[in-house]
Design a protein around this ligand. Structure first.
Ligand code: ADP
Ligand code: MG
Ligand code: MG
Length: 900
């Protein structure tokens, strides 16, 4: 472990910097950086994440000499501040704050007002001349410390609702009730003084320990508790969701307290340097006068807007900081500019005003939804803050998904019954059934229900349920509340501060403007506008093309990417959607779906039932015009773009019914006995259908199937070509493992195609190629390429056969593999670059060794996964193909790969 374990900051200097996030955590690194920038930051020091790791490994020990190092730093802080920790005349108080490498909002602990004891209280009263403030600070210390240090860190798990914090809150409520007041602020110094005595007794009674009255005990108790909070329940759950490694650890920041609760001249707030919901370049934030710490986020009082543009339905009648304290607002706005210029990104800041003086307490890159991310990236580029490349890297490809998200159908909205309004904290539409607790949300979502989690406010304990829900609705809280923050990070539909909700969570009911709703009732949210509707409204697909910022960003992406982007589509509608999203062709058109339609499944089954070639041909004749029609539609939709069509792939038994009733029905329809059907089903039964009679093996045993499909393809091509459509068919033979297999199918395809072309007197260029999805085909790619005009890596099957995991059965063990970290990720979602990737790379190299300009693409699920797209770029593929809604994601991912 490094010798340096404590990093000082303050007074315009710092030992750390923004680059040291791994060691100092995000909060510590940025406190250091702000200090260096000359931004007023209360002095303090950061204990490194290394110490946390050591602490966890040793079961709660500190490295030798840490105490001395902390004391040295502490002395330095005391010198700068001109006051002393524990000094009865001139006491210095500390906050002890967690801060990991990546921000984990509210997941770990922070304790304020450390150092208040019976000895220092009188001193602070004398110094501040404000007794009320001191007792308010003390009651907060007791609440936080008993909860975080004496209960949570001690491993005590109280019963629901019986936590020490709740019990103390209950005492405070009792006092307010007795006095007949509503707000904390309405308790005066005398009340609070009485309250802290009640608190201390309660702490002793519940936790069987005295509240510590020694500043050093408080400090070290807090430091240890913050380190321990890294392994707290919430933090662990959050890390699992966000995929954050458990061994990073948190840093601990010990920082001089500044007080936003010293009266009318003091305040505390949070702000974003740009609007995190829309991305608009306006300073956005909320604050509270005479308040401390999390009051703003906790939704105890309605926060006020920092300026006019931040005003919302809930804060419009309250004065803004700009109006109340114009000079300080001005200073804050200047700090905003300074921070944005320096960090070159949107910042999320915390500030406190102590008796007319502004302090910055935190800055970090602000979370934003997809819509805002796109807008900020494009505008910052235009402002010259970042380069075009950086702009491209600023948006996570997955975030684009939000722009493609369905919105509530405006027609349905206009007719719907509007229940209430709130703040639009997360865009898009959300439709689902009400639940009132996070656990219920998780449980019911698991049953496949669409859930809307409705709560007074959310807390970090709720994240699992928030994750599971379609959308989140809260009665309290502003745009910087926990719910808003978390939903924004996930790009989830969310409305907060919906004051009209009257929730009774224990009875699982609520009333909204006179209407009663209970668990399971349907509601619909317009998260873009902040409107709640009664009932289950319909969705409308989003139209990203109307978003100028999106269009700009994508134009930059298209300019830079080397990979082509195609789509997997097997009907004209999907093809059109994909084209709208920027697809440059179809990379995989599966034909099996074309056999399932009600107008054709009978013919398909007839073909399967008959045992002779003549009978099969007769049945296929019925299918021919239907398939041709499908292809005509698709070719028209993709006018000018290539369309890769795969011949029949799945085993035939998939087309026959398995249950008795459907078998009877089929028998009647076909005029055969049920037994005949059952016999056929029996005869088609395979022990390992995934490795059985499927893919080109079908086409080889029944060449008439391949012939019919190719005939349909080329006839369709001829027909649309005559109408002026530019058509580029590519016939793709699946599941090839040897050159001879492909040769066989290629001959059938070419013979048929030539015959059709000749008959039509048209010349259309078509290609015959293959999927590479059997490991042997990748190994023998040089030979296969002698016959194939293109390769398309079918990485679903290739993954299945390389790992030897049946895709249909992997659900039984893959979750365990992921939980036990036997696999880092689901290889069916993210390409296994090390293993399967080798086959892909080898296949490309060997294929191109034979055929220099061999066109190569990918058509598995991986084509829309950003990490896999990056791999495809690296190994020199020509294109990736993915589902229509992943097309924009793949475009951006491909550009990022090229830029990187
Ligand atoms: P989180 O990581 O959960 O945001 P923080 O460490 O930022 O936790 O602390 C939460 C809040 O406590 C801050 O937003 C701020 O209002 C308050 N706080 C923390 N440190 C200080 C301090 N030195 N002086 C005054 N308030 C503080
Ligand atoms: Mg914070
Ligand atoms: Mg396959």
């Amino acid at each position: 472990m490094a010798a340096k374990q404590v990093y000082f900051f303050g007074g315009g200097k710092a030992e750390g910097s923004a680059k040291m996030k791994e060691l100092l955590g995000g909060k510590g690194a940025n406190l250091a950086e702000m200090s260096r920038l000359g931004i007023p930051v209360p002095a303090g020091f950061t204990i490194t994440t290394d110490v946390c790791t050591y602490f966890m490994k040793t079961g709660g020990k500190y490295p030798n000499g840490l105490k001395e190092k902390v004391n040295t730093a502490l002395k330095k802080v005391e010198k700068i501040m001109g006051s002393r920790f524990g000094d009865p005349q001139n006491p210095l108080l500390f906050s002890v704050r967690s801060g990991a490498r990546i921000s984990m909002p509210g997941m770990m602990e922070t304790i304020l007002n450390i150092g208040l004891t019976s000895a220092t209280i009188p001193g602070l009263i004398a110094k501040s001349g404000n007794e009320r403030f001191v007792y308010d600070a003390y009651r907060r210390l007791i609440m936080m410390y008993s909860d975080v240090v004496m209960e949570k860190a001690a491993g005590i798990e109280p019963k629901e609702g019986k936590g020490i914090r709740q019990q103390l809150e209950h005492e405070m409520q009792k006092m307010k009730d007795a006095k007949g007041v509503k707000f904390d602020m309405e308790l005066d110094a005398k009340d609070l003084k009485r309250l802290v005595d009640v608190f201390k007794k309660k702490v002793k009674q519940v936790l069987k320990k005295d509240f510590p009255n020694n500043p050093d005990d408080q400090l070290w108790g807090a430091i240890s508790a913050v380190f321990r909070s890294w392994n707290g329940k919430r933090a662990k759950a959050y890390r699992r969701i966000e995929n954050i490694p458990g061994d990073w650890g948190t840093a601990v920041n010990v920082q001089t307290m500044v007080f936003g609760n010293m009266g009318e001249n003091s305040a505390t707030g949070v702000a974003f340097t740009r609007d995190p919901a829309t991305g608009e370049n306006k300073f956005y934030g909320e604050f509270l006068v005479d308040a401390q710490g999390e009051d703003v986020v906790a939704g105890i009082r309605t926060p006020q807007a920092i300026n006019k543009v931040s005003k919302s339905v809930t804060s419009k009648h309250l004065p803004s900081l700009e109006e109340l304290m114009p000079k300080l607002y001005d200073q804050l706005a200047k700090t905003r500019t300074k921070l944005e210029k320096h960090y070159r990104d949107m910042q999320d800041v915390e500030f406190t005003i102590q008796d007319g003086k502004l302090y910055m307490l935190q800055t970090r890159v602000g979370k934003r939804n997809g819509l805002a991310a796109v807008r900020m990236a494009v505008e910052m580029r235009k402002e010259g803050l970042i380069s075009e490349k950086e702009a491209l890297l600023r948006v996570k490809p997955e975030q684009l998904d939000e722009l493609l998200h369905p919105m509530l159908d405006p027609k349905a909205e206009s007719k719907a019954d509007k229940l209430a309004g709130g703040l639009p904290a997360g865009p898009g539409g959300g439709v689902g059934q009400i639940v009132f607790t996070a656990d219920d949300a998780e449980a019911q979502a698991k049953q496949g229900k669409d859930i809307i989690l409705v709560r007074d406010e959310t807390s970090p304990e709720d994240v699992h349920g928030m994750r599971a829900a379609q959308a989140i609705l809260t009665a309290k809280g502003g745009m910087t509340s926990h719910a808003a923050l978390v939903a924004r990070g996930w790009g989830k539909c969310c409305i907060v501060g919906c004051g009209a909700l009257n929730i009774n969570a224990s009875k699982k009911v609520m009333s909204v403007n006179g209407k009663k709703l209970g668990e399971g009732d349907w509601i619909s949210l317009n998260g873009t506008k902040g409107i709640v509707y009664d009932g289950k409204l319909g969705f409308l697909p989003a139209d990203p093309e109307k978003n100028v910022h999106y269009k700009k960003l994508m134009s930059w992406a298209d300019k830079r990417r080397k990979l082509g982007i195609r789509t997997n589509a097997d009907n004209p509608h999907d093809a059109q959607t994909a084209r709208k999203f920027g697809a440059e062709g179809i990379g995989l058109c599966r034909t099996e779906h074309m056999f399932f339609g009600p107008d054709r499944i009978t013919a398909m089954r007839q073909m399967i039932l008959v045992d002779d070639e003549a009978g099969r041909k007769k049945a296929l004749k019925k299918l021919l015009p239907l398939q041709r029609k499908d292809f005509i539609g698709i070719f028209k939709a993709m006018n000018g773009l290539p369309v890769t069509i795969r011949t029949l792939d799945p085993p035939l038994h998939e087309f026959l019914p398995n249950d008795e009733t459907s078998q009877k029905e089929m028998a009647e329809q076909m005029g055969v006995t049920v037994e005949a059907i059952k016999e056929k089903v029996q005869s088609l039964h395979e022990a390992n259908p995934m490795l059985g009679h499927r893919g080109c093996r079908l086409g080889i045993t029944y060449p008439e199937i391949t012939a019919m499909q190719v005939q349909a393809i080329i006839e369709a091509a001829c027909r649309v070509a005559k109408q002026g459509v530019k058509v580029h068919p590519e016939i793709m033979i699946p599941l090839v493992g040897t050159k001879a297999e492909l040769e066989n199918q290629r001959k059938v395809a070419v013979d048929t195609a030539e015959m059709v072309l000749q008959k039509n007197g048209v010349r259309i260029k078509y290609l015959v190629g293959t999927m590479i999805e059997i490991p042997r085909a990748a190994l023998m790619a040089d030979e296969v390429a002698q016959v194939a005009e293109f390769f398309s890596f079918g990485t679903n099957d290739l993954t299945q056969m390389t790992f030897g995991y049946s895709r249909d059965d992997a659900g039984k063990f893959l979750p365990h593999y992921l939980a036990k970290k036997i696999l880092p990720a689901d290889p069916f979602q993210t390409l296994d670059q090390e293993g399967v990737g080798q086959l892909v790379e080898m296949g490309i190299q060997r294929g191109r060794a034979t055929r220099k300009d061999l066109k190569v693409g990918i058509c598995g699920e991986h084509g829309g996964d950003p990490k896999s797209v990056e791999f495809c770029h690296r190994v020199g593929m020509n294109y990736v193909s993915c589902s229509p809604f992943r097309v924009p994601i793949a475009r951006l991912a491909a550009a990022q790969a090229a830029v990187r």
